[in-house]
Design a protein around this ligand. Structure first.
Ligand SMILES: Cc1ncc(COP(=O)(O)O)c(C=O)c1O
Length: 358
């Protein structure tokens, strides 16, 4: 028997995760992963590195990062026993799926949505119940409710604002979905800090089937250190804690996340900067011939081009501008995604785009 035959067919059927582009370099205008264009403030980095030097690397961190859970509890106003931090929110997606999805378990996922959900459900041999977005890429809450009633999924995943579509589902619609189903509802709020819609966190108190997932990778500038967290009711949280990888959050990442939560004004200023820049880039793209811009409720924009997305992606990359080709997602034929960077980065993107479209 071939060694590979020992690997589950659900794994063999998956593709490797690849991000198309070039490795980061000082000259690369990197706008492809919806990251914050600003690094963690230098003073904070220095303090963190000094603390790292003074710490014992031979010792395990706490099984769960208690201090971070407490800091998150103060930040969110949610009880600490309903908070679970992870090694990026991606890790917590695996935790929830491991806890809920077995062979044949139905999971309702909107289409298109963040790719990892579909991948993890396939890995767990669950059954994906897809619900398409409207043609304009807005959510179709009525179809979600109708499908949930018919298919009785164990889990419903809503990404709001969603990547790659940049649209949100309203709190009111999520409340209707929560009330109309006894499925667990996971709302991924990775981009909530950039959204004009409020978080659904306030609904946790009245809905014991709601899990809110967030990340430090976007607004908090911490993609490289891998910190995410979920908020839910304490009983559900205790079950998820049984599943999650022990020591998932390393001591360094946990302490930097706590430090960031103690430096919110600087983060808020940056969020405001990104939102202002977004309006400027949106206006420029609306005035550009040869593309159709979609509405966005977050820190990235998507647009449909006249030519093959891959061709325009390559032309931009030749100018050292790295965007994301999302054209292989359902409904996103000829669509590229670009996140908002610094003013200079945005100008470089717009100049390159105009050059290739005119
Ligand atoms: C919808 C969504 N959820 C979560 C994440 C972030 O994952 P992590 O917290 O693991 O960096 C991303 C990043 O691209 C995302 O687009």
């Amino acid at each position: 028997m071939n060694a590979l035959d020992r690997i589950k067919p659900s794994v063999r059927a998956l593709d490797q995760y690849v991000v198309k582009g070039k490795p980061p370099s000082p000259s690369l205008i990197k706008l492809n992963q919806n990251e914050n264009p600003f690094d963690v403030p230098e003073a904070l980095k220095r303090e963190a590195v000094e603390a790292l030097m003074a710490s014992a690397w031979n010792r395990y961190p706490e099984v769960f990062p208690v201090q971070l859970h407490e800091a998150l509890s103060s930040y969110t106003g949610h009880p600490a026993d309903g908070v679970l931090a992870g090694n990026g929110s991606n890790e917590l997606m695996y935790t929830v799926a491991l806890a809920v999805v077995s062979r044949g378990t139905k999971v309702l996922v909107t289409e298109p949505a963040f790719f990892l959900y579909e991948k993890i459900i396939r890995l767990c041999e669950g059954e994906i119940v897809p619900v398409a977005m409207h043609e304009d890429l807005s959510y179709a809450p009525e179809s979600i409710i109708e499908t949930a009633k018919r298919e009785q999924p164990a889990l419903i995943v809503l990404v709001s604002p969603n990547s790659p579509t940049a649209r949100s589902v309203t709190c009111a619609d999520i409340e209707t979905i929560l009330a109309g189903t006894d499925a667990l509802v996971l709302v991924d709020e990775a981009y909530i800090e950039f959204s004009d819609n409020p978080s659904v966190q306030s609904l946790i108190a009245s809905h014991d089937n709601l899990i809110v997932l967030r990340t430090f990778s976007k607004a908090f500038s911490l993609a490289g250190l891998r910190v995410g967290y979920l908020l839910t009711n304490p009983s559900l949280c205790a079950e998820l804690m049984k599943v999650t990888v022990p020591f998932a959050v390393n001591a360094f990442s946990a302490s930097v996340a706590v430090a960031l939560l103690n430096n919110l004004p600087v983060l808020r200023e940056r969020i405001a900067y990104i939102k202002t820049e977004k309006k400027r880039v949106e206006a420029a793209l609306r005035a550009t011939d040869g593309l159709t811009l979609f509405p966005s409720d977050t820190n990235f924009l998507i647009f449909r081009t006249k030519e093959n997305a891959d061709v325009l992606f390559g032309k931009l990359l030749n100018d050292n501008v790295l965007v994301r080709d999302v054209s292989s997602y359902p409904m996103l034929d000829r669509v590229l995604r670009v996140n908002i960077g610094t003013r200079e980065e945005n100008d470089a993107f717009l100049a390159s785009l105009n050059n290739h479209l005119s």
